[in-house]
Write a protein that binds this ligand. Structure first.
Ligand SMILES: Cc1cc2nc3c(=O)[nH]c(=O)nc-3n(C[C@H](O)[C@H](O)[C@H](O)COP(=O)(O)OP(=O)(O)OC[C@H]3O[C@@H](n4cnc5c(N)ncnc54)[C@H](O)[C@@H]3O)c2cc1C
Length: 437
């Protein structure tokens, strides 16, 4: 009987330390610093580096990675429990060395990079001395990667990349890009036409057309990129020729579940504020918490939050168990669908319950609602993941060729009457079994 919903006491001590540290030292950074990824910002480094040092000394740095890569090899369940605390703060993941997209890009380099690439990019990346960019989506489409047109052609010992990419997050801070490009346009299998490349940021022809913002941001950090005759050596292909989709999945599986873990932190934050407000504010001579429609908001939010948390933890547990993302596609797709919905619904209720204050820029709810759409789009839109869930679920079922299915009540009654009819006087059925004419 191996069901267990408890954290072992030793690790709980670490979680308690993390909770206190994040609330006291890390959350305040969100209010005074710019991007968590801007490793060139002296202000950021002055505040963030000493905190990172404390995390390293506590042996909580990049915990999801194995010791060979400088982590503790804690796996995904422990990372989930940590991330739901770190997700409260924009800076949390960077202070603990597990921020997206670097964590996923690191996985790609660890799997497919050469020794020299690991030395040059992976180790400084894992140490947060540099940050990286994943450049896959194109202006004409993201949900369907088969429409990508960015091309990589071989000239001598080099690949020459030409094309445009869209929403390449953190491009302006990145030291290198992981770029997906078409190498074999005529391959009969559309999933074998693209390959993955590592492109150093300083390479000639790597151009940012503009940095797109989200919501009211005028200048954001999601780059519209143009790669113009970008030349990289042959060994800068990650994985084999035509392996682009396989390599992308290496990072997207982990990336999606990590987003979900951090989203849990944001959901909890909105929920905590909602509860405090409900107990504090009065209207019509009554506390909001005493009104049934407020109670419904709190009850629905708690139930959705706990369901989500359990699904995230179970998915993390299955990743640790199988160590093969193909075996947990359904779980990860389900978590991906759920995270945006739960964040949007809980943050919206918290916003509503705070009235005009809730809608104002003086509270985080507007940003959280917008963030829920980030979660509904980045790493693939909700709709596509629902398709994955449904397809995976249906794999476990077989069609029936009968006119009426085996579970048709008439069939089932007939079988039961045949089995037990001699022993009992069966109760009358709601339907009549007529005589054949
Ligand atoms: C904040 C943020 C950060 C991002 N960072 C990166 C990054 O670093 N690197 C990167 O490469 N990309 C990044 N992306 C891009 C992201 O991967 C794409 O937005 C996503 O894949 C969807 O592509 P699209 O935006 O082109 O939408 P489209 O492909 O145009 O889809 C738009 C909508 O059409 C509908 N739709 C599409 N396909 C289907 C379908 N099969 N069934 C039903 N409905 C469908 C859905 O409603 C979908 O939302 C980021 C996106 C966001 C929002």
């Amino acid at each position: 009987m191996a069901w267990d919903f408890e954290t072992d006491p030793e690790f709980q001590k670490e979680l308690d330390w993390i909770e206190d540290f994040v609330r006291r030292e890390v959350e305040p950074l969100d209010h005074v610093l710019g991007s968590a990824w801007d490793v060139h910002d002296d202000n950021r480094n002055r505040l963030v580096r000493p905190l990172q040092q404390q995390v390293k000394e506590r042996k909580l740095w990049a915990c999801h990675l194995g010791p060979d890569l400088g982590g503790q090899g804690y796996g995904q369940v422990k990372l989930a429990l940590m991330n739901e605390i770190l997700g409260r703060s924009r800076f949390g993941p960077s202070v603990f060395g597990c921020q997206a997209p670097d964590s996923g890009n690191g996985e790609i380099l660890a799997h497919y990079g050469t020794a020299a690439q690991k030395e040059r990019y992976l180790f400084p990346l894992l140490n947060n001395e540099i940050v990286s960019c994943f450049s896959m989506t194109e202006p004409q489409g993201g949900a369907d990667p088969k429409v990508f047109t960015t091309r990589a052609e071989k000239h001598g010992g080099e690949w020459v990349i030409n094309g445009e990419k869209w929403f390449s997050s953190n491009a302006r801070f990145a030291s290198f890009f992981i770029v997906m490009a078409v190498t074999d346009p005529d391959h009969p299998d559309p999933y074998r036409r693209q390959s993955m490349f590592i492109v150093p940021a300083e390479t000639s022809g790597v151009n940012i057309i503009r940095n797109t913002g989200i919501g009211s941001e005028r200048i954001g950090s999601h780059a519209y990129m143009r790669y113009e005759n970008v030349r990289v050596p042959e060994d800068h292909m990650l994985g084999g020729r035509g392996d682009g989709f396989v390599v992308a999945q290496t990072r997207l599986g982990g990336g999606r579940i990590h987003h979900a873990m951090r989203t849990m932190g944001q959901v909890r934050k909105a929920f905590d504020m909602m509860c405090e407000r409900a107990l504090s504010r009065e209207s019509q001579g009554q506390r909001l918490s005493e009104m049934q429609m407020t109670q419904e908001k709190i009850a629905d939010s708690w139930i959705e939050m706990e369901q989500f948390r359990l699904l995230v933890l179970r998915s993390a547990w299955r990743i640790d168990k199988y160590k093969d993302y193909r075996k947990v596609r359904k779980d990860i797709a389900a978590v991906k669908v759920m995270m945006s919905r739960v964040l949007r619904d809980v943050a919206s209720r918290a916003l509503q319950l705070h009235g005009s204050l809730g809608l104002s820029t003086e509270m985080p709810f507007g940003d959280q609602v917008l963030e829920s759409f980030h979660m509904a789009l980045a790493d693939g839109p909700t709709e596509v993941h629902k398709i994955t869930v449904a397809r995976q679920v249906l794999r476990d079922y077989q069609p029936s060729n009968e006119m009426f299915p085996a579970y048709h009540l008439i069939n089932q009654r007939q079988q039961a009457v045949e089995r037990f009819g001699g022993l009992i006087d069966p109760v009358e059925a709601e339907f009549e079994i007529g005589e054949a004419v």
